[in-house]
Design a protein around this ligand. Structure first.
Ligand SMILES: *Cc1c(COP(=O)(O)O)cnc(C)c1O
Length: 389
């Protein structure tokens, strides 16, 4: 109705293309758990999960219980893995919505166990022998038990009336090709395998074992284990140094396409005399008479302030520089005096796939802002409407 012109256009076919590429790349008997946390890295979690299910993903992964509930309420039937911890207050929802938690520590396992017993008593379907995945910290330094504790933790899980449905770990530097980092990832993998063996030695079936996110699943076939957990590649971006070119060089082919295009429109074109400054701080002044286009997009939309200076936006196939600082809701672009190629209400593309007419990707913006494509994508705020194409 009164939709804003600043929007994120989601190229659904590219999402499906990427997920099919992942399915083809990963060994046949390896399961897929597609990370759709943070609203599918800003791409719409429900849409991503629907397509993930279509290509045969066994799981999708979320960061919060609420994200999991949103998926169930929108008809997602596959497994949902909760990658972060929740509070005891949220635990009843795990059973009601069949969300598989990562667990570790005696206290957390006992709390989930008690919540499961309560759910059983209340007759919640599927709460008996409820499956949880044991998180092992092999070097990420985030969540997980130490590898040598895995056997005891697995035993506690089973003793608490729960079932060990899987084991997982997460790599800290698998996206780097530095020798030291490659070595560290190998050590993490070895520690994880040892933890799995430890559990088996206790006579407990470890279930579905997973360790590889995008980088490791692309770079090492062994690290695909029983299940992989791709995130960023689903959305068309390579993890840091594990690029298309690097994979090609090592005899592997993996092609993906960006999914999301960030667009807005030229809402005013103004003549600036030489010497007139643009935006807060007066960091840029016209050196000669020129025309400035105003775009209704700013850092409150996720166009980070640190992208200026340096950011260029694409209008009708050509890049134009943002001048001065990006404001909360607006930014200004120099189009040059009497430019016949830029008219009022023309579309300006900030980044996106080729089909969107963009000349930049989220990766280009990330480099400019000294960050990673993940942050550029998830920075897009709620007021940026998502349009599925
Ligand atoms: C986010 C996340 C992933 C996906 O990571 P990508 O680098 O985007 O592929 C996988 N596993 C865990 C535990 C995560 O937190």
């Amino acid at each position: 109705m009164y939709n804003r012109c600043t929007k994120a256009v989601l190229y659904k076919d590219n999402l499906e293309y990427n997920l099919n590429q992942i399915r083809k790349y990963v060994k046949k008997d390896v399961k897929l758990c597609v990370a759709v946390k943070a609203d599918g890295y800003g791409h719409n979690a429900v849409l991503t999960a629907q397509i993930a299910q279509k290509v045969g993903a066994e799981f999708v992964a979320v960061a919060t219980v609420e994200e999991g509930i949103e998926l169930r309420e929108n008809g997602i039937k596959c497994g949902i893995l909760l990658l972060s911890l929740c509070t005891p207050q949220e635990m009843p929802a795990l059973f009601k919505y069949q969300i598989t938690p990562l667990v570790f520590t005696d206290e957390y396992i006992k709390l989930v166990g008690e919540a499961a017993k309560q759910a059983c008593k209340n007759g919640v379907p599927g709460s008996k022998e409820f499956r949880v995945h044991l998180a092992v910290d092999t070097g990420m330094g985030r969540i997980g038990c130490y590898p040598q504790e895995a056997g005891d933790q697995a035993a506690l899980i089973e003793a608490s009336g729960l079932k060990l449905g899987g084991m997982c770990t997460h790599f800290a530097v698998s996206d780097s090709l530095e020798k030291e980092n490659i070595e560290f990832t190998k050590e993490q993998f070895a520690a994880f395998k040892a933890a799995v063996e430890c559990v088996k030695a206790r006579g407990i079936e470890p279930g579905i074992c997973s360790c590889g996110a995008s980088a490791a699943l692309l770079n090492d076939e062994d690290m695909q284990f029983d299940m992989v957990r791709p995130g960023i590649i689903t959305y068309g971006y390579y993890p840091d140094e594990i690029t298309k070119e690097y994979l090609e060089k090592t005899g592997r082919h993996f092609d993906i396409k960006p999914v999301l295009a960030l667009e807005t429109k030229v809402v005013a074109i103004r003549r600036f005399p030489a010497g007139k400054s643009v935006s807060y701080g007066r960091t840029w002044k016209a050196s000669e008479e020129t025309d400035i286009a105003v775009l209704p997009i700013g850092y409150a939309d996720g166009l980070l302030r640190r992208f200026s200076p340096g950011l260029e936006v694409t209008i009708n196939g050509r890049n134009y520089p943002v001048r001065g600082r990006i404001c909360m809701d607006q930014c200004m672009v120099e189009i040059g005096k009497d430019n016949p190629d830029v008219k009022l209400w023309d579309t300006a593309v900030i980044f996106g796939p080729k089909e969107s007419g963009a000349l930049n990707t989220a990766e280009d913006l990330a480099k400019l802002g000294h960050t990673i494509s993940y942050e550029v994508l998830t920075a897009l705020s709620k007021r940026v409407l998502r349009e599925i194409k």
